[in-house]
Ligand binder design. Structure first.
Ligand SMILES: Nc1nc2c(ncn2[C@@H]2O[C@H](COP(=O)(O)OP(=O)(O)OP(=O)(O)O)[C@@H](O)[C@H]2O)c(=O)[nH]1
Ligand SMILES: [Mg+2]
Length: 169
């Protein structure tokens, strides 16, 4: 799990793991948890701190990655933050170590009334929600999520499972 600070990575990780709300603090370093996809298939999820001063560390977590979940705060329309968010995403998409690794891009905080709609996501990121397509060498799946309730849990687990199984074929 990567993405700018405050996007909701840690909240989402513990939502997927425990289906409960957890008070989070900005992550300095990382959290790592095993979550279970359907049929009890375990997956190790690394959630790495997204603060600007910590982003140079991301590349150290990429070895043996099966999938990148890139989490975006869909309420954050600040120009500079949007630029950073796109920049970091593109950097990962062009990182050689991640060639052919699928990406799930999660537009999070979708429970909030000011979350970007599909048109804004398209405008700001040139991405279409619920479409799977290929950018450079990556399969990309774009979804809208919330970590504030259990509403997205099954959807994320199902898609994670599908992408991981498809990749192993
Ligand atoms: N309403 C709402 N709040 C959320 C959601 N996801 C996260 N939050 C809140 O947003 C804040 C930041 O969430 P974190 O999970 O700590 O963010 P992070 O991406 O781990 O941030 P760093 O650890 O700094 O990289 C917390 O107050 C969360 O409770 C969401 O989907 N909806
Ligand atoms: Mg965190």
């Amino acid at each position: 799990m990567l993405g700018l600070d405050g996007a909701g990575k840690t909240q989402l990780l513990y939502r997927l793991k425990t289906k409960k709300y957890m008070i989070t603090n900005p992550t300095i370093g990382f959290n790592v948890e095993t979550i279970y996809l359907q049929h009890k298939r375990p997956v190790t999820v690394w959630d790495v701190g997204g603060q600007k001063r910590l982003r140079f560390l991301w590349i150290h977590y990429l070895q043996n990655t099966q999938l990148v979940m890139y989490i975006i705060d869909s309420t954050d329309r600040d120009f500079a933050r949007l630029q950073q968010c796109r920049y970091e995403l593109h950097k990962l998409l062009h990182y050689q170590e991640l060639d052919n690794i699928p990406f799930m891009i999660l537009f999070n905080k979708n429970d909030l009334p000011n979350a970007m709609n599909d048109e804004e996501i398209q405008e700001n990121f040139n991405l279409s929600v619920d479409l799977q397509y290929i950018v450079t060498t990556h399969k990309i799946l774009v979804i809208k999520t919330t970590a504030a309730s259990n509403k997205s849990v099954q959807d994320i687990i199902k898609k994670l499972k599908n992408v991981i199984i498809e990749q192993q074929k």
